[in-house]
Design a protein around this ligand. Structure first.
Ligand code: IMP
Length: 445
């Protein structure tokens, strides 16, 4: 019989790993929740996406807009970490760091950046611009070069990682091989239209400069995370985008290019999958979507309709692009699916206050697809395009402002019923309700 006195290294791990993840198509106000939750943690980690994310955090009446840095960076006591699964546009990283410093928030070695994270170059944005304007096939992306950068990562021949920006000879040689290929590809995509051309040595010079600015932050973050967990640290993972935009589990092809559900944590941070202790799923009280793709509960009732009223009251305009977000009713079919995919333990309901602006509320409990009632979220975006929502009308709390409410008992009965219904349908408890953008505007039932 085999036996061993050695303890498996993971068995000594005593820290905790919590993930905050959006269960819709992004913009569920995760940043607002991560900010206070971070206080009970030691490390806040971003593991997916890039400067396509938009986190608005309102603190003491001041609003901070972050697209690349983790929300935890507002709290200098914490270590904020950008994992290997994120794609980095260095000018944006540098800009966000300087904005915070100008606001008096210290940012130094409390911000760590993975040496394995891939780097976004201007040719990625040009590739994206051309493929998004090339007639059919547009996704409605944020134009931040995210898809082409991940393509290069997976394709391997043209990927460049943060660590490479610190090795001048290597970076120059690599760009001398990559840039002529990119120029040929861009010319082919442009098909006679005007397009940018890039110079390898000029790009190398520019990015070596960025490398020096990033150097104090660059780290083997995966190793750091594993060690931290063994030393009992409490780690908070902050997903970017929403689960329905996940490259594998979302509404493909109208998704982003990373795993925005908790599925991305292991590959995007280097922490073993078995270590996750808690997943908090964030549900906006209605649904929004930016960009193209199926949206069964979308409200398309025009400039005087309920959709527009919700958009205005909820300030539903993209943080990154300023685009008006598409707005619709809560979709329980999609939410049940996202909660299962993400292994969600408990829920936060956000922007509940916004629904005070509509005289009636509906929720979608099932779809009608090709004459059949469907409870499961279809994998095929074409089927989802045809799905008609089965709507249940609920009484609302029209005109009753919720922004001052701090206790569940003070909520109008209809609002309480609405939250209870979400918990019942998703078979998970609601732990947090948000009734306004400021961190004070939160109910902890
Ligand atoms: P990409 O991530 O820029 O490639 O865009 C792919 C899709 O994801 C588009 O529909 C975008 O509008 C959407 N998307 C990307 N980031 C966000 C986000 O932070 N919130 C909401 N939608 C997003």
């Amino acid at each position: 019989m085999m036996s061993s006195s050695a303890t498996a290294p993971e068995a000594t791990a005593t820290g905790t790993c919590t993930c905050v993840v959006g269960l819709q198509w992004g913009d569920e106000a995760k940043g607002k929740l991560v900010d206070p939750l971070a206080e009970d943690h030691d490390i806040v980690v971003r593991y997916n996406g890039g400067a396509n994310a938009g986190h608005t955090i309102v603190r003491g009446g001041r609003s901070f807009k972050l697209s690349l840095l983790p929300s935890g960076v507002l709290n200098p006591r914490l270590t904020s970490l950008i994992g290997n699964g994120v794609v980095i546009y260095p000018p944006r990283f540098i800009e966000e760091v300087s904005q915070l410093r100008e606001a008096g928030i210290p940012v130094g070695t409390n911000l760590l950046l993975s040496d394995r994270a891939h780097v976004v170059f201007p040719y990625h944005m040009e590739e994206e611009r051309l493929s998004e304007t090339d007639g059919g096939g547009a996704i409605g992306t944020t134009g931040r070069g995210i898809g082409p950068c991940y393509q290069d990562k997976v394709g391997r021949t043209c990927g460049i990682r943060v660590g490479d920006l610190l090795v001048p000879e290597y970076l120059r040689d690599r760009l001398r091989m990559i840039v002529p290929r990119k120029n040929r590809w861009i010319e082919a995509l442009a098909a006679g239209k005007e397009a940018k051309k890039f110079d390898a040595d000029a790009l190398a010079q520019e990015y070596l400069g960025y490398g020096e600015a990033l150097r104090p932050h660059v780290h083997d973050t995966a190793h750091f995370l594993r060690k931290s967990l063994q030393h009992g640290k409490r780690i908070l993972f902050e997903a970017a985008q929403g689960s329905l935009l996940d490259i594998d589990h979302g509404t493909y092809p109208y998704v982003t290019s990373s795993n925005s559900s908790p599925a991305g944590i292991w590959s995007g941070s280097g922490l073993p999958a078995r270590r996750l202790t808690r997943v908090l799923g964030v549900v906006k009280a209605y649904t929004t979507r930016v960009g193209r793709g199926p949206f069964p509960t979308e409200l398309t009732d025009g400039p005087d309709g309920l959709g527009e009223a919700i958009r205005r009251k909820g300030r539903e305009y993209g943080t990154v692009t300023g685009r008006p977000r598409r707005v619709g009713w809560l979709d329980l079919v999609a939410l049940r699916y996202a909660a299962e995919v993400g292994g969600v333990d408990e829920l936060a309901v956000t922007l509940l206050d916004v629904l005070s602006c509509v005289p009636e509320i509906a929720i979608c409990t099932a779809y009608e697809v090709q004459g059949e009632r469907v409870q499961e979220f279809p994998a095929d975006a074409r089927l989802l395009e045809q799905a008609k929502p089965v709507l249940e009308r609920l009484s609302g709390w029209y005109g009753e402002e919720l922004t001052q409410v701090r206790r569940i008992a003070e909520l109008p009965a209809a609002a309480r019923r609405y939250v209870d219904r979400i918990a019942e349908e998703l078979r998970r408890p609601v732990r947090i309700i948000s009734v306004g953008p400021d961190r004070e505007q939160t109910i902890l039932p």
